[in-house]
Design a protein around this ligand. Structure first.
Ligand SMILES: O=C(O)c1ccc[n+]([C@@H]2O[C@H](COP(=O)([O-])O)[C@@H](O)[C@H]2O)c1
Ligand SMILES: Cc1cc2nc[nH]c2cc1C
Length: 353
């Protein structure tokens, strides 16, 4: 995996797209980060004629053994229940995606059930991870298998003509797994990375913090080795590994990947540590309300445009960004330029600096 060769985004196309935005009759950089996000999309896809008509969310569903430690307000069985509704496009992401004209592929990459769920793609690696406080969540082989699921799905989506892929997940306990990975990968303390997840009370928050603090001690040697794949295997989760695979697949096949919240962003961090350069192929959507999210943004130098206290998951924040991108693109696709308006353009700061 470490030997994968990534061809970086095309800097010339980045500049071309930016120059094209500058010709549109509007204040210079008036669409701010939306202009640079499209420059990045053009650079990734290798074309300045931008198109994001066909979009998909890959929602990875998996269970986390660490739930046995009392770190979530919900029981593990909720993962399968919500994934079942997702298969009918009846969970939160399905509803938003239908409104936005986006497809959703729910994926069972490790739900703790033997049942197959109608409408959910069966890519199960195992029935949930093991409890990382007691033993490593996965073996490196299991982690690699989950990474491959994500990479292969990107290839398939590219072949089907999808131009933009969003990540999403569902898995009770996955904010504990995510916070643990952030602490291990960025050197933050349990206190700095732990949040309330899907709605923990004060006692639950304290318990979650203690579990992460204990695991930081228990795995001190592994953490010091800074080996991202071992840490992914040690802490999980299968959903994070699958989404890290999506990020790596995006970089390999040059498809831009829009990240959802905390769990998706951890996946991008893991992917970047395993295959350096992947971060240039991901676009964040929102800054999760979970405290660990800001440390990832800082580490990967990502600037999510939506900062609205979201913490839903499933890919909902990514769908929101898709809609905003669609609006911004309306200006680019059918350009009314300074020339169209016959407005003389004086020397602008971008040209003199
Ligand atoms: O996307 C986020 O940033 C986010 C923040 C908090 C909770 N979630 C969702 O809530 C679930 C995990 O919460 P928990 O408390 O069981 O770890 C999981 O299914 C996530 O999709 C998601
Ligand atoms: C009901 C429910 C739906 C979710 N969707 C994503 N995470 C979730 C967590 C819960 C508890």
């Amino acid at each position: 995996m470490e030997k994968l060769k990534i061809i970086p985004p095309d800097a010339q196309i980045y500049a071309q797209v930016k120059a094209s935005w500058d010709k549109i009759a509007k204040p210079l950089d008036g669409l701010g980060q939306f202009e640079t996000m499209f420059a990045q999309i053009g650079a990734i896809t290798g074309s300045s004629s931008l198109s994001i008509e066909k979009k998909v969310i890959l929602t990875m569903c998996a269970d986390n053994g660490v739930v046995a430690e009392g770190v979530s307000q919900s029981g593990q069985e909720v993962t399968a229940v919500v994934a079942g509704f997702m298969g009918q496009q009846a969970s939160s992401v399905g509803k938003m995606a239908r409104r936005a004209g986006v497809d959703v592929i729910p994926v069972d990459i490790g739900i703790n059930t033997k049942e197959t769920l109608p409408g959910v793609r069966d890519c199960k690696v195992m029935q949930g991870t093991r409890d990382f406080l007691q033993e490593p969540a996965m073996t490196e082989e299991e982690a690699l298998q989950a990474l491959s699921v994500g990479i292969d799905l990107v290839r398939e989506c590219k072949d089907k003509g999808y131009q933009l892929i969003g990540t999403g997940e569902m898995g009770i306990g996955n904010t504990t797994t995510s916070s643990m990975l952030v602490a291990a990968l960025t050197g933050r303390t349990a206190e700095e990375v732990t949040g309330r997840g899907a709605g923990l009370n004060d006692a639950g928050l304290l318990r979650k913090q203690q579990v992460i603090a204990q695991a930081l001690e228990k795995y001190e040697k592994e953490i010091r080795s800074k080996h991202a794949l071992s840490m992914l295997a040690a802490f999980g989760g299968l959903d994070i590994a699958g989404m890290a695979g999506v990020c790596i697949g995006g970089a390999l096949y040059h498809v831009p990947v829009v990240l959802d919240g905390l769990i998706s962003s951890v996946a991008a961090l893991v992917a970047e540590r395993i295959v350096p350069g992947v971060r240039e192929f991901v676009l964040p959507s929102h800054l999760s309300k979970e405290p660990a999210a800001k440390w990832i943004a800082e580490e990967l130098k990502l600037h999510p445009v939506i900062d609205a206290g979201l913490g839903l998951g499933e890919g909902t924040g990514a769908v929101m960004l898709f809609s905003l991108l669609d609006l911004a693109l309306a200006l680019y696709e059918d350009q009314t330029t300074f020339d169209t308006m016959e407005i003389a353009q004086y020397e602008r700061y971008g040209e003199t600096e």
